[in-house]
Design a protein around this ligand. Structure first.
Ligand code: PEP
Ligand code: MG
Length: 873
């Protein structure tokens, strides 16, 4: 197989499907070449080689050298120039590009091929000395920085010194002779820091640069970015070697980046920025302030029209919004790169709807590809309360780089942001601008504020990708890292002070403001109806209050998959009765306390059944061990003893008696109901009386009573028997019946192993993957944090198994439970109500196993709906 893939001149050896080998950039360059886009020709070295290089101590595999030579030759033929020709040198760029885009993480070298000799040839050929030397000094800087590890700052210092000596402010004000001088100084910086002369053989330059890109795959910041974004399983980065085109050849040249639609709100318009007489790096690095793409229409109308035409073509070809880099060289437009653009949740939904309306793609494709579950998460983000905001509190306005409201204490340093976040303190990371070194702090912060940089600056791009609120380029604030403060007019804000930011409006507000729940627009609603057209697995919610139930219903939940009844005992009076029940010495005492609890429970269930009118509601009987309801602080114990009319010593004895070494494996779940059947009786009665009551009000109810922590069929049979007897009593007393079901959680590994026996008795299963994960791994749900972080860092685990279902292990038990259960009862209803019910990859897994529904917290219901539809598509 090829190690190197050429593209250009209307053909290519690769295509867009080959991202794994060619990286996103390489695959799309190949694709663009094949569809006739004006791209500079070149070739891509496969990511497989990067893997080989990093596993073989920097060696190249056999034959690579010759494949590269051949590809260079092909490139020379297409360009009519020779690599290393001193008169008319072929210059190339060398860029990284992995299968998953990692903005700003990997490195680029431009103008490669220039030497002391060929810079003169270039000057003559282009009839532009200034341009040639500008290219050369950029090349020395980038090559030194990226390939040889000489800090870019060292070159910056030399540049600033020269500018000071010449009393000029802008790079562009330097004369030709100044640039020649600068090249000499840069070469000295290079030699002082590397101990070697700047390489004068283009083949050496190329080899070293390719190795530099390969090596950058394992740079600290790249590893960190992959970790934060959970990017695993890639071979490495591909390397793209491409003929140079120049945006810095004068005022008829330019370089820029643009999106085919607005990535912030989704509006259909060309969106982006450009710089006249500049090279690509100038835009991304935020050194010069770029101009709005709409101004290109005025300064280069022909190029603008062509750009619009080509970008539309690209969007239609890829059936997705594109993020494009382009260069105009002396009036001729080149596309350097295209990829699916990152966008906010609101933009994703609007773009999906608009592109279907415009006939670019069909609904199914839009649902499958244009909105990620995480995008919906953003739409559900909190917003600042508008009337809370006093004009006088507004410290400044920047770019609305990424929507959502964030409130936190100001920190200026990424490490401190991580530290404070670790202590549980919300922080806003405030930086002049961010760099890839800051990703840890950005990830830890609630929101990000920068005083410099545009909508495509590092901070903006990364924050949008994460759905993290960000205000960028807020130049009204003046940041002083030394003093650890920023000023806005005459207000000084110090590290540790509270601020609030509104990433949708771009405002920075003094103080700790209140936030409110998001409101969905029509686009969201429309999109969700499309989602439901392709979804054939139900989504329910985990909810214990009527408020949560109603919210989840609004988000599209088709029932409650788990109501945890233990959450219903926390009111002041009910907890007292609960505690009286717990410390009872005799069944009689316990029954009398339970009798007092019954009306509370019944009332709760009535409200929940009414909120979920017409939909199934799974109520789980009491689960946690009893000591969880008793106080552990001495003072509280005293008060409680007084309330219950017993001595403190007596209460302490009770508490000691009930406390367990490993409560997660202790006296909880059905073990409680079996040892104290009166608890099951009371709860079953409350549920069924409530159901009868709600039915008598003319509403449909579908109660499903769920027995927790079952490990043997006998446990289930015992509990089911208690419930059925109570049902008979209640229906006889009320003279009215309701349909009800009795099912079980499958959350103990043994239950999955004997699922067929349990299914003989049960009406439904619901996988409690929280406990199932805990018991299968043998990790305590409460304490696993102590080592999980380490496991994730070391790659021992790919994901926290309490967030993302471990398909390989725990998944086998789920599969076995479904298969055995349905073998015994073919129409057995099966769902999942562990945390994993709201995790997209786990939802897809459940769909593939044929589950009837997933159940998750209200805010994740839309996400699970989309994940279910995408699993179907
Ligand atoms: C479970 O174990 O997955 C579950 C849903 O129940 P809980 O988290 O209440 O134990
Ligand atoms: Mg459980």
């Amino acid at each position: 197989q090829n190690q190197v893939f050429t593209f250009g001149g209307g053909t290519a050896e690769g295509d867009k499907s080959m991202k794994e080998l060619l990286g996103g950039k390489g695959a799309n360059l190949a694709e663009m070449s094949s569809i006739g886009m004006p791209i500079p020709p070149g070739f891509t070295i496969s990511a497989k080689i990067c893997k080989y290089y990093n596993e073989h101590d920097g060696q190249w595999p056999e034959g690579l050298k010759y494949e590269i030579q051949d590809s260079i030759q092909q490139l020379e033929e297409l360009m009519g120039q020779q690599f290393g020709d001193p008169e008319d040198p072929l210059l190339v760029s060398v860029r990284s590009g992995a299968a998953i885009s990692m903005p700003g993480m990997m490195d680029t070298v431009l103008n490669l091929g220039l030497t002391d000799q060929s810079v003169q040839g270039l000057a003559q050929k282009m009839d532009n000395e200034r341009f040639a030397y500008d290219c050369y000094r950029r090349f020395i800087d980038m090559f030194g920085d990226v390939v040889m590890g000489v800090a870019h700052e060292k070159f910056e210092i030399a540049l600033q010194k020269l500018k000071d000596e010449k009393s000029v402010e802008l790079d562009t004000q330097l004369e030709v002779d100044d640039l020649k001088e600068l090249v000499d100084r840069y070469k000295k910086v290079y030699k002082n820091n590397t101990g070697e002369d700047f390489p004068q053989d283009p083949d050496d330059q190329l080899r070293l640069s390719i190795n530099g890109v390969f090596g950058s795959w394992n740079a600290k910041r790249a590893i960190k970015y992959r970790k934060i974004n959970k990017i695993t399983g890639l071979l490495g980065t591909a390397v793209n070697v491409q003929a140079m085109v120049y945006g810095n050849m004068g005022d008829d040249s330019a370089t820029g980046v643009c999106f085919t639609r607005n990535p912030s709100d989704g509006k259909s318009e060309l969106y982006g920025e450009f710089l006249i007489n500049a090279q690509g790096e100038d835009v991304v690095a935020g050194i010069r302030t770029p101009r709005d793409i709409n101004e290109l229409k005025e300064v280069m109308p022909d190029s603008y029209d062509e750009l619009l035409e080509l970008t539309n073509q690209l969007e239609e070809h890829y059936q997705d919004m594109q993020d494009i880099e382009f260069t105009v060289q002396q009036g001729k437009l080149f596309i350097l790169q295209t990829r699916n653009g990152k966008r906010t949740g609101a933009a994703a939904v609007k773009i999906a709807i608009d592109m279907v309306d415009e006939g670019i793609l069909k609904k199914d494709k839009a649902v499958a590809n244009l909105v990620e579950p995480g995008h919906l998460d953003q739409l559900l983000h909190p917003q600042l309360k508008e009337d809370e905001i006093d004009e006088n509190d507004i410290l400044g306005k920047g770019l609305p780089a990424s929507p959502g409201a964030a409130v936190g204490k100001v920190v200026f340093d990424s490490d401190i942001a991580e530290e404070e976040h670790g202590k549980g303190n919300p922080v806003i990371l405030v930086r002049i601008e961010t760099s890839p070194e800051d990703v840890g702090g950005m990830s830890a912060a609630e929101g990000i504020l920068t005083s410099r940089g545009g909508m495509t600056s590092h901070a903006a791009v990364v924050a949008r990708g994460w759905g993290k609120p960000c205000v960028a380029g807020c130049d009204g604030i003046n940041i002083d890292y030394d003093k650890q403060q920023f000023t806005a007019g005459d207000v000084t804000v110090r590290a540790g002070d509270w601020i609030s930011i509104d990433g949708a409006r771009g405002t920075v507000i003094n103080g700790k403001k209140e936030v409110e729940a998001p409101q969905f627009g029509d686009n969201f609603r429309t999109f969700m109806t499309w989602v439901d057209e392709f979804r054939d697995m139900d989504v329910r919610t985990n909810a214990d209050t009527p408020e949560d139930a109603l919210r989840a219903r609004e988000y599209g939940a088709l029932g409650i998959g788990l109501a945890r009844t233990e959450h219903m005992f926390f009111g002041e009076e009910r907890i007292r009765e609960m505690r009286r029940m717990i410390i009872s010495e005799s069944e009689g005492e316990r029954r009398s306390a339970l009798e007092n609890l019954l009306p509370y429970q019944r009332e709760d269930f009535i409200e929940i059944f009414e909120a979920m009118e017409g939909l199934p509601v799974t109520v789980r009987l009491l689960d946690p061990p009893l000591h969880e309801f008793l106080p552990d602080e001495e003072k509280e114990v005293k008060t409680l003893a007084k309330e219950l009319g017993i001595s403190t010593a007596e209460l302490n004895r009770k508490i000691r008696l009930l406390s367990e070494f490993n409560p997660m494996l202790g006296h909880r779940g059905c073990r409680l109901g079996i040892t104290y059947p009166e608890i099951t009786e009371m709860q079953a009665r409350a549920i069924l009386e409530a159901a009868v009551e709600v039915k008598s009000r003319g509403k449909e109810v579908y109660p499903e009573i769920m027995i927790p922590l079952v490990g043997t069929a006998e446990e289930f049979i015992h509990e089911r028997h208690v419930v059925d007897e109570i049902a008979e009593d209640v229906f006889a007393e009320k003279g009215s019946e309701v349909d009800y079901k009795v099912g079980t959680m499958i959350e103990i590994p043994r239950a999955a192993l004997i699922a067929d026996k349990i299914a003989d008795e049960a009406d439904f299963f619901s996988f409690g993957t929280n406990d199932l994960t805990q018991m299968t791994f043998g990790y305590s749900r409460d304490d696993a944090g102590k080592f999980l972080e380490h496991y994730l860092n070391e790659g021992i685990l790919k994901n926290d198994p309490f967030q993302v279902l471990d398909q390989e292990g725990v998944g086998q038990l789920v599969e076995m439970g479904v298969t055995k259960g349905r073998a015994a009862k073919s129409d057995l209803k099966v769902g999942i109500c562990g945390e994993h019910g709201g995790d997209p990859s786990s939802v897809a897994f459940c769909y593939n196993l044929g589950l009837n529904y997933v159940s998750c917290s209200p805010y994740r219901v839309p996400i699970a709906r989309l994940a279910a539809a995408q699993a179907f598509l």
